[in-house]
Design a protein around this ligand. Structure first.
Ligand code: OGA
Ligand code: MN
Length: 285
């Protein structure tokens, strides 16, 4: 029996009573879709699934995004976030993959630098550290709703430029290759998304600037909005248990990784990503 239990006053819920190693029936899928729209972050505990089962469950939610060149799992539908090397040993802190994982510590929406960003992401905890390595989620619906009028007015109707090369080079300039810059030229997305569940702020780490504003002014506005929207009251911090499977709505939440002892403890996570339609801006008033 499917049981739904809220995890935070504003969003996020735990869905228990399912065994996702077997394909869920249509009634369960319908309940999952409804819970996803309502809660934005769904935690499915005790799902010891393999890659195939994860791919199959994800694909029931929509077409899967291809993993970009340069990422771990490129060309396929899995993205492997791990500090464990191909030899099964913990990779050194200089490892490119380990450095790439650091980029996830900034609040972001997955693939917001793509012309069609990710709608949803599904992350499976295969190995987790004893301490740290939590994932935090911030509700961009709740934050937008609570935002003071003048700040809302400054953001409404605006378009942001999302730029992968820029956001990666903030972590470390050498981290982004010429090929990656060429693959992902800057894209434009509305700052406020309008969906069936209402409006949500859409910014995050790749949002470089605001169209029609100079760089300094645009940065200041983005930073003010981000500081407001990621306050603790809008945040659900997920403390992972092994075999948790977490599904989130990139149109409704931002997320970030938190540190752990990555030279000493293993963390191995597998992500599938459900592609979006291009985000559309709120209808003109
Ligand atoms: C991701 C991500 C954060 C984490 O999978 O998209 O940002 O805690 N993960 O691993
Ligand atoms: Mn992410």
């Amino acid at each position: 029996m499917l049981h739904i239990e809220p995890l935070h006053p504003l969003f996020a819920a735990r869905l228990s009573g399912l065994d996702l190693r077997q394909p869920p029936d249509d009634a369960v899928m319908q309940a999952v879709r409804e819970a996803f729209e309502r809660f934005s972050v769904l935690v499915f505990p005790e799902q010891a699934i393999d890659d195939d089962a994860q791919l199959a469950f994800s694909a029931r939610l929509g077409p899967l995004e291809q993993t970009r060149a340069g990422a771990n799992g490129a060309g396929g539908h899995l993205l492997v976030l791990t500090n464990v090397g191909p030899d099964g040993q913990i990779a050194p802190p200089t490892d490119r993959q380990v450095l790439n994982n650091r980029a996830n510590r900034l609040w972001h929406a997955d693939s917001s630098f793509k012309p069609v960003p990710a709608r949803a992401s599904m992350l499976s905890a295969r190995e987790i550290p004893g301490q740290g390595g939590d994932t935090e989620f911030a509700s961009m619906r709740a934050a937008w709703e609570a935002m003071p009028g003048p700040l809302r007015a400054g953001l409404r109707g605006r378009t942001a430029v999302h730029d992968f090369g820029w956001s990666r080079s903030r972590i470390m300039p050498e981290l982004v290759t010429a090929a990656e810059r060429q693959d992902w030229p800057p894209v434009r997305h509305p700052v406020v998304l309008d969906g069936p569940q209402g409006e949500a702020l859409y910014l995050g780490a790749h949002a470089r600037g605001i169209e029609g504003m100079d760089e300094t002014e645009g940065r200041a506005l983005i930073e003010e909005a981000m500081a407001f929207a990621t306050q603790p009251r809008f945040v659900y911090a997920h403390r992972w248990s092994r075999h948790d499977l977490v599904l989130w709505d990139n149109r409704a939440v931002l997320h970030r990784a938190t540190p752990f002892a990555s030279s000493a403890e293993r963390r191995h996570m597998v992500r599938t990503t459900i592609a979006g339609e291009a985000p559309r801006s709120a209808a003109a008033a």
